[in-house]
Design a protein around this ligand. Sequence first.
Ligand SMILES: *Cc1c(COP(=O)(O)O)cnc(C)c1O
Length: 366
Amino acid sequence: MANKKDLIREEILSIKPYVPGKPIEEVKRELGLEEVIKLASNENPLGASQSAIDVMKKAAEDVHIYPDGNVYRLRKKLSEKLGVAENELTFGNGSDEIVIMLGQAFMNPDDEIIMAETTFSEYRFSANIMGGNIVQVPLKDYTHDLDAMLEAVTEQTKMIFVCNPNNPTGTMVGQEEVEEFLEEVPDDVLVIFDEAYSEYATSDDYPETIDYLDDYDNLIILRTFSKIHGLAGLRIGYGIADEEIISYIDRVRQPFNIGALAQKAAIASLEDEEHVQQSLEYNQQGKKYLYQQFEELGLDYVPTQTNFILVDIEQDNNQVFQEMLERGVIIRSMDSYGYDTKIRVTIGLPDENKRFIKELKEVIRD
Ligand SMILES: *Cc1c(COP(=O)(O)O)cnc(C)c1O
């Protein structure tokens, strides 16, 4: 073959592969460690709801049958719980997949997306694969600057992504600000609120964006079962929007993109409100402990509305990442987000948080 690069679409050539949090097994294998904890991907440290696990065990008997392509029962359940119509919902193999489907359904080459400079990288990817352009708007005080995002709107703008609360900073934009923003955005621009961490947001000012759907049919809300529901390994998320918008997204949705086990586990998980509540309580407790420890260590952190904390360790974050790894604690260096001395740590169970702090103290003291 002459030149393989001649085969690939130019847009794809510019894409940098996503670097996920390191898997526990990989770290054990590579470093010969036995006790490894992962505080790198914002998973629920309590695991999934037991009833979700039980339901999956039972459903395993039937995996030779294709899943329900219409996701009937889960759709009904969510529709009742959220107070939206069944045809205002779509589903993705993780909400990541919905982000990609949005690009496939709506982006023409040279259309633009607007996103924060420091946020979830999947939005960029969604535009990239379609040959779209990306306009990045710097955060202000680690928070989405909605005014600046609004000013960045041009004739080419197709979508604006707002990660709320934001990954990796943990900050949120509040009700009034969001309402003003929605009022100002031209109605031919899609506004996507990625609410992967909404269940962790405890501020009274966190916007109930579902309430805005009636007034804004350019609004799309993304949620996931990967975070507080503890089902990251299953891959299931959902989108909420105007029924016509949903019908366009569904044109690019694979017929069986949500597995049968995922559909059943998601329903069980929604019904297990106690598990969600308990997860939130653990998170609040862990947050308090970590804040306290960071303060004692004199480290600046960004107060969070999520299950992770962005903290400034005031030294080379890649080195700290590596040394923590060698001590069996996987965290995230924020180097790829443009921060040289910050790390992101997922709030774990009490023992995990203690272990993280113990190792961190030793690493940053050296
Ligand atoms: C984790 C996360 C998601 C969810 O991803 P899934 O594909 O549903 O697992 C979406 N957005 C953000 C900002 C996230 O951090």
